[in-house]
Design a protein around this ligand. Structure first.
Ligand SMILES: Cc1cc2nc3c(=O)[nH]c(=O)nc-3n(C[C@H](O)[C@H](O)[C@H](O)COP(=O)(O)OP(=O)(O)OC[C@H]3O[C@@H](n4cnc5c(N)ncnc54)[C@H](O)[C@@H]3O)c2cc1C
Length: 389
């Protein structure tokens, strides 16, 4: 499957430096990540050691500008790296994704001073970061969302709780989003600030090893230096870029589980013939490979448009919706094709489905992405979410 046209087209357009980065990532994934992935899933312990290795390899600052300590690589390169990691350990890619999401928000909403202060520790991986937006009323239910704070002189006093925050109890700082005096604001809350409490949820369906939990504020004062520029325009292209990383995770995940399934079916026999040679089974594999290549093509197109300075937000939304649903379907069918072995955790196939499900929900559910696409098609969609402003 390594000789597929789309994959080769992408790789042949990489510079020598990019090819070297990708080779290093592949080696890292095969020698250090792959052996740890089942254990991370079983123990649900945050992989501090692997995050540190990602930082040493420059992956915590891959697409961050060199002036802020990153490698200054493009969006496409970041997608290829996410995809490689997710083939063996989707949760490590998710942890990186949540970390980079905070960078994108500071890069988008922050002043020069805020970028200088908060982006370098993000790029170097010295601080893990998190983005806290979801509330009990729902992540996109802005009509019923309670104010999370009020202005106090030139600062803001925060009160309230954010739910399901990835990297919740390991972050050095949080980008917190919510309503303050009728405005949608983004603020930076640093670990150790009086009034901040964090906690992690012990059990979830998948993505075990990522810390997902609550971030609570009790009369927490945010100084003016930590308030990012006011913006109601969340549909900005640089913000929508976040959705590409989660798409790459889904694509890598689907590639990883399909490759394992292909190997299994080539070795498992019926009447002394490999199961992969039975036409129904072979067609299942071929169809899944086709779906993956379609997702890779749309992702590559969307990423290249960003790198060329011509971002297409609708295409980004289409990529997220398609890639994340595709990965669930692929992981589900791969369990089926393993028979009972696929149902047993020991074979390491079931975790791909548990992990895949996260991505049709996280970073705004697929339904909302289709809402946006429908709206851009001119359909009379009724919504109050700022993405549709
Ligand atoms: C593992 C994990 C990690 C996460 N990490 C973070 C994080 O780091 N930071 C953060 O802020 N959040 C995080 N989230 C939360 C995530 O972003 C939200 O769960 C997600 O956006 C869905 O919001 P909700 O759970 O409030 O669902 P709801 O908004 O209650 O929606 C429930 C269902 O109704 C559908 N629905 C809602 N509104 C509409 C509508 N108008 N039209 C049609 N259908 C609709 C949704 O698609 C969904 O299927 C994480 C979630 C998970 C599972």
């Amino acid at each position: 499957m390594s000789s597929l046209v789309t994959s080769n087209t992408t790789l042949s357009s990489l510079t020598d430096e990019q090819q070297l980065i990708l080779n290093n990532v592949r080696e890292f994934v095969q020698t250090e990540v792959k052996p740890r992935a089942p254990q991370i899933d079983k123990t649900a312990q945050f992989p501090h050691d692997l995050f540190k290795r990602c930082a040493e390899l420059g992956l915590t600052g891959l697409a961050i500008d060199e002036e802020y300590g990153g490698l200054g690589q493009g969006v496409l390169m970041e997608q290829l790296v996410m995809e490689e990691i997710a083939k063996e350990c989707p949760v490590l890619a998710l942890i990186l994704d949540a970390h980079l999401l905070s960078y994108r928000l500071i890069n988008h909403f922050g002043s020069k001073e805020q970028k200088k202060r908060f982006i370098p520790p993000t790029a170097s991986g010295a601080q893990i970061t998190a983005m806290a937006s979801t509330e009990a009323t729902g992540s996109t239910n802005f009509a019923e969302q309670q104010p999370m704070g009020k202005r106090d002189g030139d600062g803001i006093i925060l009160n309230g709780t954010k739910l399901f925050t990835t990297n919740s109890d390991v972050a050095g700082f949080y980008i917190v989003q919510g309503m303050v005096d009728g405005e949608f604001v983004n603020v930076i809350v640093e670990k150790g600030t009086p009034g901040l409490e964090t906690g992690a949820i012990d059990h979830k369906l998948g993505m075990a090893g990522s810390s997902t939990g609550t971030v609570r504020f009790k009369n927490l004062r945010v100084p003016k230096e930590n308030i990012l520029a006011e913006h109601s325009d969340v549909q900005d292209a640089s913000f929508a870029l976040c959705f590409l990383n989660i798409s790459s995770i889904s694509i890598g995940l689907a590639e990883g589980v399909l490759e394992k399934t292909k190997t299994y079916l080539l070795n498992r026999t019926r009447n002394h013939k490999p199961l992969a040679g039975f036409q129904v089974v072979a067609h299942h594999l071929a169809k899944m490979q086709t779906q993956i290549e379609l997702a890779k093509s749309i992702l590559e197109r969307a990423a290249k448009l960003y790198d060329e300075g011509r971002p297409d937000v609708v295409l980004t939304f289409m990529t997220k919706a398609f890639a994340c649903e595709m990965a669930v379907d692929v992981a589900n069918l791969c369990i089926q094709l393993h028979g009972a072995a696929g149902y047993m955790e020991e074979t390491g196939i079931a975790r791909y489905l548990r992990d895949a499900k996260c991505n049709t929900i996280g970073e705004i559910s697929t339904d909302i992405h289709y809402d946006y696409i429908a709206l851009r098609m001119g359909l009379p969609i009724d919504t109050s979410f700022p993405l549709f402003g």
